[in-house]
Each structure stands twice: as structure tokens, then as C-alpha cells.
Design a protein around this ligand. Structure first.
Ligand SMILES: *Cc1c(COP(=O)(O)O)cnc(C)c1O
Length: 385
């Protein structure tokens, strides 16, 4: 049989490769500490688990869900947008429940791209932005992301012939993997650019609630004219330790929300209503669990940043996200340094090159490892380097 040619163009999914390496070492009895994948290590808050336990016993929830998300979930998402950002979205027309934001981001390509079209994606970013384009037989133009520009993707030099075929620009701040945060001025420039070139601006806001040192990340929908061209993705995965539950939502421009909904109507039948009820408990409940989580990650960030600087690695202390992005020593590449850490310290970090062409020369360290293991990893890195 013959599979689709686009599958041959797909880069091997970064984390799958890392998992493979880890498993091979673990099989030899080596104690490997993974600071690779960003997957919260602390449990989902009890009030959310309790809401699910109750919802799962309601027979009404055992039937097909509402495809776009339950009215109650979409209303809870809209209320959260109002309380958190002062942004108004219509729960009926401008909000769509997702089976995780990865699902929504990947399906956005199907909703907008014809074969040969372009997406504009940051040269360092979440692999799904370009992976989704490959699956849609479309192309990716990587916008340069430079440290001296604060890792704000530079869209000022996109060639005319690319712009003529471009449909979506992806951005995501607070940023995975660099930890960079955007300014209001940058968002305003990006919105003006997308309006000028008739592009959808898809903003991935998975880390808006994981902020440190008093910083509060904005929604791009706070900016003037944003709703004319923006769709924004919010995930419950990182804010509420719900990566395994698969619950998120998209909101913003009505036409974009409707187009994504049309794709989903034909491919999936929505998220289990009981999971959506747990999502309502998360979005509408006490938000202290979120600030506790921020305090935990802030402490770990300081631990890792101190340790890295202690061995002479350059890194900024991020204001948000669950990652530290560090420069590799002179003479090393992302991959050679990550391999060295794995082989000598038995610590897994992610090579920056796995996030796109701009990531070479960096590694990413995730803060989602229990304190004791993180301390041990830091000790090993200090000792072997
Ligand atoms: C973790 C993450 C998400 C969230 O994905 P889910 O599918 O909602 O779990 C989205 N975007 C980025 C950049 C992420 O790092």
C-alpha cells in the first residue's frame, strides 16, 4: 500500500525521539532525569477532579456531546475571557471547545489552506504550526526570531510571492520554548500586518496564566481591531495541570471560529461532556490553584537559572512559561550539547534545533520535574560540566 507523500515530509515528532532515547537508557538500568517534555508533574486540583467524578455519573453525558462544545462550557470560557482580560466574546458564535489546543491548531490548517498555500510561523516555535502545514500539503515560511529582538518573530521581510499565497500567521506569547513575552506594540503591528495582507492571525496563548514576578500576560483580543483578524487558542493543560484531559478552546473572529468548527464537525464529535464540565469547574472555580502553580514554577526557574549561570551558560530568567531557554557553550551545537548532557549527566534537555531553524545554538529545560529530581539534575549538570 502507499501512504500519503506528505507523511514523508513530516519531521519525526521531536518528543517521540527523546522518549525513545530515554527508554533505551532506562532499559540499560541508567537513572535518567528528563527535563525534556513540558508536562506538569503535579496533579489536577481536587475540585476539578471532583466535578468530573460527578459528571461521569450523569447518563446525559454518556451521549454524543454538542460538537462546538456545550453551551455551559462556552459560556464559562466567555466569562473567563471577560474576568481575566476584559475581553467580550459571544459564546454562541465566537467560542469553540477543542480536544486540546493542539487539535485546534492542527485543524486550523485544514480550514484555511489549499495545497501550495503558505503559513507564516516563527523560526523557533511549537512544531504543530509547520507540521499542520505539511499535512495540508502547504508550505511554511519561517519568520526570523532573534534574541536581540526579544524573540519577537520578524514579519517585516516576508517575500511578496510568499505573502500572495499566505493565509495564516502563527504567534504564541508567552512563548514556548524561548519564554519570551510580547509587548502591546508588537501585537498591534502584527494585527496591522495581517489586516493589510488578508491573513488570519492565530495566537497560541497556552501559557497566559503561568507568569512570574507579578507579570500578567495579555490576550491579543484586548488589542483594537483584533477580532477582525485574530483567533486565539487557550488551553487548560498548563494552567490547571490538565494535559491528559484534552480540553481547550478557541475564540475570536467569528468566520475563523466557524471555519474551524466546520472542519471539526466532519472529523470529530467534540470532547466528552463530562470533561467539559471539569473544564467549567477549572475556569469558574477558585483560581488560587493557578497562583500556587506559578509560585512553584517560579521557585524552580530560579533554581535552574542560578545553576546554568553557575556553569557559565547564558540564559534569561523568563517572566512566564514552564521553560528556561539557554545558549549552548561555544563550539557546541544544540544536538551535541544535549547529547553530552544525556550521556555524561544522564539528564535529558531538548535541543533548540527541534523547534525550527532559529533554535540552533540553544537548549530548552522544562520546569515540570519534581523539586527533588530537578535539584538532582542541576547537581549532575554542575558536576559533569
Ligand atoms: C502545551 C502547549 C499547548 C497546549 O496543548 P494542548 O493540546 O491544549 O495540551 C499549546 N501550544 C503550546 C505552544 C504549548 O506548549
Amino acid at each position: 500500500m502507499r501512504t500519503a507523500t506528505c507523511l514523508d515530509h513530516l519531521a519525526p515528532y521531536l518528543f517521540a525521539q527523546i522518549d525513545e532515547k530515554r527508554d533505551a537508557l532506562a532499559a540499560r538500568g541508567v537513572d535518567v532525569i528528563s527535563l525534556g517534555i513540558g508536562d506538569p508533574d503535579t496533579p489536577t486540583p481536587t475540585h476539578i477532579v471532583d466535578a468530573m467524578a460527578e459528571a461521569i455519573r450523569n447518563p446525559k453525558n454518556h451521549q454524543y456531546p454538542d460538537y462546538a462544545g456545550s453551551t455551559a462550557f462556552r459560556q464559562a470560557a466567555a466569562a473567563w475571557m471577560r474576568n481575566r482580560f476584559g475581553v467580550e466574546v459571544d459564546p454562541a458564535a465566537e467560542v469553540l471547545a477543542l480536544i486540546g489546543s493542539k487539535e485546534g491548531i492542527a485543524h486550523l490548517h485544514t480550514a484555511f489552506l489549499d495545497p501550495g498555500d503558505y503559513v507564516l510561523a516563527p523560526s523557533i516555535g511549537y512544531p504543530v504550526y509547520s507540521g499542520g502545514a505539511v499535512l495540508a500539503s502547504a508550505n511554511t515560511y519561517f519568520m526570523p526570531m532573534r534574541e536581540e529582538d526579544g524573540f519577537l518573530a520578524d514579519f517585516s521581510h516576508v517575500p511578496e510571492e510568499v505573502l500572495a499565497k499566505a493565509k495564516i500567521m502563527f504567534l504564541g506569547y508567552p512563548n514556548n520554548p524561548t519564554g519570551a513575552c510580547a509587548t502591546e506594540k508588537y501585537f498591534d503591528r502584527a494585527i496591522a500586518f495581517c489586516q493589510e495582507h488578508d491573513l488570519l492571525l492565530a495566537h497560541d496563548n497556552a501559557y497566559c496564566d503561568i507568569c512570574f514576578d507579578g507579570y500578567r500576560a495579555p490576550s491579543i483580543l484586548e488589542r483594537p481591531h483584533a477580532k477582525e483578524c485574530c483567533i486565539e487558542f487557550f488551553s487548560l493543560s498548563k494552567s490547571y495541570n490538565m494535559t491528559g484531559w484534552r480540553i481547550a478552546f478557541a475564540c475570536g473572529n467569528e468566520q475563523a471560529v466557524r471555519a474551524l468548527g466546520t472542519v471539526k464537525n466532519n472529523l470529530d464529535s467534540g470532547q466528552f461532556t463530562a470533561v467539559q464540565e471539569a473544564g467549567i469547574a477549572a475556569l469558574s472555580g477558585d483560581q488560587r490553584c493557578v497562583s500556587d502553580l506559578c509560585a512553584l514554577y517560579q521557585r524552580r526557574r530560579d533554581l535552574v537559572v542560578d545553576a546554568l549561570r553557575g556553569i557559565g551558560l547564558e540564559c534569561a530568567a523568563p517572566k512566564a512559561t514552564i521553560y528556561v531557554w539557554a545558549k549552548v557553550p561555544d563550539g557546541e551545537t544544540s544536538a551535541s550539547f544535549a547529547t553530552k548532557l544525556l550521556e555524561q549527566a544522564h539528564v535529558i534537555v531538548t535541543p533548540g534545533s527541534g523547534y525550527g531553524p532559529g533554535g540552533e545554538g540553544y537548549i530548552r529545560i522544562s520546569l515540570t520535574t519534581p523539586d527533588k529530581r530537578l535539584t538532582e539534575a542541576v547537581r549532575r549538570i554542575k558536576e559533569t560540566m
